[in-house]
Design a protein around this ligand. Sequence first.
Ligand SMILES: [Zn+2]
Length: 478
Amino acid sequence: MTTMNWLKEVEKRQDELIFCAQEFLRIRSVLDPETAREGAPFGEGIRQALDYVLDHCRQAGMTVKDVGGFAGHAEFGQGEELIGVLSHVDVVPEGDGWTSPPYAAEIVDGKLIARGAIDDKGPTIAAIFAAKLVKESGLPLSKRVRLIFGTDEESNWQCVKTYFQSEEMPTMGFTPDADFPLIYAEKGLTDLTVRQTRESYERLGIPAADGAGAKLLSLDSGLRMNMVPDKAEARLAPLGMEADEIVRKYRAHLAETGLAGTADLADGQVLLRMEGVSVHGMDPGKGINAGTELIHFLASLPLDARAQQFVRFTESYLYRQHYGEAIGIAHHDEEMGPLTLNTGVIAYDAEGEALYRLNIRYPHSLPYEKWSRILQERLAEAGFALEVVEHLPPHRVDPQHPLVTTLQRVYTEQTGQEAGIIAIGGATYGRSLDVGVAFGPLFPGRPDSAHQRDEYILVEDLIKATAIYAQAIYELAK
Ligand SMILES: [Zn+2]
């Protein structure tokens, strides 16, 4: 048997491929609770997009199933084992500032521009065409192939959660919803809320403002756990210290450190602002955390007892502690890199709660139970309580697993490039499969336009990705 030239097969049908991608991209499949109903839990746009792909696959002779509008699938082939290809038909809202209308799906300079072009409707069409090519090639398969279409990947993943409650988990599979060559490992993700306990600071004899230079009234920094905050603001009431003195000290601190910020007086109170550098919380060391930097300054003031306890805790355990070193949870993994700790939100209210919202990402070689117990102990000693808001365990497929080695080989054969495998601190759709990796569609070196204005996929890359997916499906299912 001669080997298939998958790229040539895709090129023969490239007009149809582009036409379908355009039709599909013209459906505004944004989450819309207003039009949600039974069978369309995320609204009409997403329902229409799901219908589009299921109809297309039905016409191609695949067996399709709609799982309550939460997700759907299309299957062909035969055998015990099941190969899954998981993509999603929903998109994030378009926003403004587009140079080409977000749902026109125009081709400009070789770019197919539309919301969803690269994330993830373009790749969804690539996967469907790839599957059709394999099916129509008549090459014998020993496994079943199932395209699975999720519908709320951009919000809560309710789609895959619901789908896999009733449907078969593929033996192995991939998701075309991230980067080439291949993402095989993703850190565990935790969102935590850490609160100063009332009993701990009441024990300190609050208000106990006697002798304090100033009382910390409030401090606010950050909005999301997974971002390094670039703004922080603190309000202080001068007690033993003059307001002017605090302002002067702060300005001197800014000058000395080169940090950006302001100090103002308002109604006898002091308002301090700090500016930092916001980056994604998966790599907090690359940013400047405005919140912990501002608290670092506050540590030089004689504050009221409750604030002092809060400030001291921040100083000891969070200030420039991007890897949890002082808490005692630092861990470096050869493959997946270090545990990272991001202090995404700080909120202190002298009349109410004082808390941090933390995002901790950890490699698979460090058990969750181990680091979370150490953290819990440290917090308890310091008078803080821990609440786990969300926990996603690490996801990893063995680099020697045939899924990984097969996709690496396919990528190299199709592109002539070496297929290094990637471990990341983020989360891809690949982790919804028990044995799943992310495989494209963004080629190395290409700018990532997902979620941005003028989102696009290069037509050339769409075609190349389709050929890669066709060979991948065939090699995994043969
Ligand atoms: Zn996506």
